[in-house]
Design a protein around this ligand. Structure first.
Ligand code: ADP
Length: 410
């Protein structure tokens, strides 16, 4: 086990900045996923830790040692890659023990380590098989066992499950979590798949354009994303974003206004602010009681429905709608669209006129810079001249709103 620390690591390839001033601290025994879109610098970050590439600036520490200039073999790390690369002419035993034999370990020590590793990855009884007699998942387990026998302080895994089919990938995720528990060692894992990162990690490091956006436990990234990028990247389907302008009593957007208490926000009336709301935090108005703090009703028309079995994704067009049915891709890209998820027994159909509410306690606000300025907002306090709920959509700026449960403030 060892702690891994990157201090101001930058890696430049001519005019490309692959990693940009990265500061990252990974604790002893932690399972951290580096996640982000393709080309964001995940692998390059991993390679600087492994010693496969030297950073242009900054330093890498593993345990108490500055390893920035050490070769990979002296860093106490073992790597598992997407491309499994087993030796096709060697059986499982020889593949797993290859590195140990190269280093002239005693035969008894090699046997002991191979036994333990094959036991951990559940390959007992398969040590004399050849790689072409193994499934993709079994081959990947051989690659992991090959890393385990080295007793590394840190495991580095770069998309190790990417070549497996979807079902096996989900199964191997559980296996890797079990492996982590059993080995109690530091694992740094690269993936572009946010679901993989969400399910396995102690903490997720979200990277974009070579920069660390947030490092936090999965649910913190989900519930309190540091910025709009993290908010959009973590969670599937993605969070809805609606651009608007902050007013004295909430947010005014093109199609609806959302009233809330703006006191204490680090944004002022007139500032451009983007509202973020996840599909599960939007409810049909008839089900408004399910929301902790439902907003006033927002009028919409349903477009495409996508039944998923355990829920239905409903694409909503705000306002009157034009009666045109869009594909889900077109709908997601349009500015007047919201995606809502509803239970599978919902009676909602296509082209229905529908009132929906947003759960104010779950919405997010982002400044024009993208930084998050609120996770959840409070209903505005009642005032003597509060208008009824229908007025909210017309005048968020007035700072008043009727109670969403349907009872008006008098
Ligand atoms: P990711 O792993 O997130 O897909 P990478 O770390 O592989 O991203 O790449 C980050 C950026 O650095 C990309 O723009 C990529 O094209 C560039 N890059 C990576 N390796 C090299 C290299 N050896 N030479 C030039 N550019 C590279």
């Amino acid at each position: 086990m060892a702690r891994v620390r990157l201090d101001n690591v930058t890696k430049r390839y001519e005019d490309i900045v692959a990693v940009d001033d990265m500061n990252l601290e990974i604790e002893d025994g932690e399972f951290v996923c580096l996640v982000g879109p393709s080309g964001c610098g995940k692998s390059t970050t991993m390679e600087t830790i492994a010693g496969l590439t030297k950073p242009t600036a900054g330093s890498v520490r593993i345990g108490d040692t500055d390893v920035t200039s050490l070769p990979p073999k002296d860093r106490g790390v073992a790597m598992v890659f997407q491309n499994i690369a087993l030796f096709p002419h060697m059986d499982v035993y020889d593949n797993i023990s290859f590195g140990l034999r190269l280093r002239d370990y005693e035969r008894s020590e090699i046997d002991r380590r191979v036994d333990r590793a094959s036991d951990i990855v559940q390959l007992e009884g398969m040590l004399d098989r050849m790689p072409d007699e193994l499934s993709g998942g079994q081959q990947q387990r051989v690659a992991i066992a090959r890393a385990i026998v080295r007793n590394p302080d840190v495991f580095l895994m770069d998309e190790p499950l990417a070549n497996l089919d979807a079902k096996l990938r989900v199964h191997m995720r559980t296996e890797l979590q079990r492996l982590h528990k059993e080995l109690d060692t530091t694992i740094i894992y690269v993936t572009h798949d946010q679901a993989e990162a969400m399910t396995m990690s102690d903490r997720i490091a979200v990277i974009n354009d070579g920069r660390l956006q947030q490092i936090a436990p999965p649910l913190t990234c989900y519930n309190e994303p540091a910025n709009r990028f993290v908010a959009g990247f973590i969670g599937s389907p993605s969070m809805n974003f609606v651009d608007g302008e902050l007013a004295a009593g909430g947010l005014a957007t093109e199609h609806f206004d959302l009233a809330f208490d703006v006191d204490g926000l680090s944004a002022a009336p007139g500032d451009a602010v983007t509202l973020g709301v996840r599909p599960e935090d939007i409810y049909p108005a008839s089900d408004a009681d399910s929301a902790t703090s439902p907003s006033a009703a927002v009028e919409a028309t349903t477009d495409v429905l996508e039944p998923m079995g355990d829920e239905i994704f409903v694409y909503l067009t705000l306002g009157e709608g034009d009666g045109q049915t869009m594909t889900s891709e077109e709908a997601a890209a349009a500015s007047n669209q919201l995606l809502m998820s509803v239970p599978p027994d919902s009676p909602i159909g296509e082209d229905d006129r529908l009132s929906v509410v947003l759960d104010r306690s779950k919405v997010h606000l982002f400044a024009a810079s993208g930084e998050a300025i609120a996770h959840g907002v409070a209903a505005p306090s009642a005032t003597a001249d509060a208008p009824d709920a229908s007025a909210e959509t017309a005048q968020a700026g007035a700072g008043t709103e009727a109670d969403s449960g349907g009872t008006s403030h008098e």
